[in-house]
Design a binder for this molecule. Sequence first.
Ligand code: AMP
Ligand code: ZN
Length: 466
Amino acid sequence: MHIFDTREREKVTFSPEKDNTVRMYTCGPTIYNFAHIGNLRTFLFEDVLRRAIQFFGMGVFQVMNITDIDDKTIKRAKENGLTLEEFTAPFEKAFLEDLDTLMVERAEEYPKATDFIEKMIEMIAELIEKGHAYQTEDGDVFFRIESFDRYGALSHLKMEELEVGRSTRVDSDEYQKECACDFVLWKAYDSERDGNIYWDSPFGKGRPGWHIECSCMSMHYLGETFDLHTGGVDNIFPHHENEIAQSEACSGKAFVRHWMHSEHLLVEGKKMSKSLGNFYTLRDLLEKGYSGREIRALFVCSHYRSQLNFTFEGLHAMRKSLARIDTFIERVESAKEGVTLDLSSFEESFKQAVFDDLNTPLASAVLFDMIRFVNGKMDEEEVNGENVLEILRKWDKVFGFLFAKEEEEIEPSILEAANKRFMARKEKDYALADTMRELIEGAGYVVEDTKDKCLVRRKENYANGR
Ligand code: AMP
Ligand code: ZN
């Protein structure tokens, strides 16, 4: 497989180091809230990646951390008068439900940061011992980035161009590129800030910083050097840069062989934010009547290295495309006798697209090319659809939405009216078509005309964003 490696800044040939199994770490959610659709885009990229790995005959062992301790979870737990566990547990559950709604394959492990505090403490102690970390008078422990000469290699920071003084430090979990300074490994307890959330350690009461958790848990499950590490582009700096520094300073070995990062999701051309009113969780979209399948398909068919501009128009276009796929599958399923079509060129194009750094837009174009081709043939002669279905099933190992048609209960009389409308439009009997539309709409349904069918959906399930 060819993948775009963030550190190399180019496409490289990728294969796992051992056992034909890809050891892969994916930064997971911080469970202080429901995941927003931007987060979910990244998790869907990682899902397509693991599916593609398996499509090409490799095994995969994926670890995704669940951040249940950081500045945000502590602040919110304290504000709500809950323990950390009481506060985060519902969001962890919701996160796993969201993955199911989007038909994301489960990773092999979902470790939680709070289960690894002991290990993180050991790692911090080792970093101090090796001269890579130091404790301040306030009790915080910092990583000394001057002690690690490859710092900045992933994000291509030019350290000499940044004004990094010996004493510049940052103790918040997230910060910007202008701030390449010593970062926090252990935060000393502050009763004002932390309430009663702390752990005991050789460096005093406190709790680990955010970055150390991923170094610790990834190496625990995957070894000191593993194949692939992924996340959204905002993770490149500082988070992943810091992970490399901590891990390599500790182990003395290369931490990760390849890095992949997905671009951000925008909503109607803008960064998602509560104040702009364009901030959506998956649940918000489900409430508006969209389905996990539609959202999955929209995200999966865009390329992970391009920004995705989420719009309701785009989601509606995807709904129509899915209807075309469903109609096609129905037609092929009932095509049992006739010639077997040679579709090898489509198969080859699909493989090449996925092989080339997960080019899913191209792969979905190949899908629709094949649909057009097969439909054309079926109009001309009797076709045996068995091999078509077989190919679709193979491709669905990557897409994961082709065979997930949602059934909506629609009264038979309405289906009949929809059918009549479709035929009437075909025969240019617009008066009858209009009558049928009025009948359908009067019964609480909405109509959507496609090339192959007149689709009807219950109004209450239909998005208002149209
Ligand atoms: P967080 O819960 O903030 O740690 O983020 C979880 C994952 O979502 C990380 O891999 C982030 O890089 C990614 N992410 C955050 N915001 C967006 C966005 N707008 N679009 C795509 N991915 C995002
Ligand atoms: Zn991480």
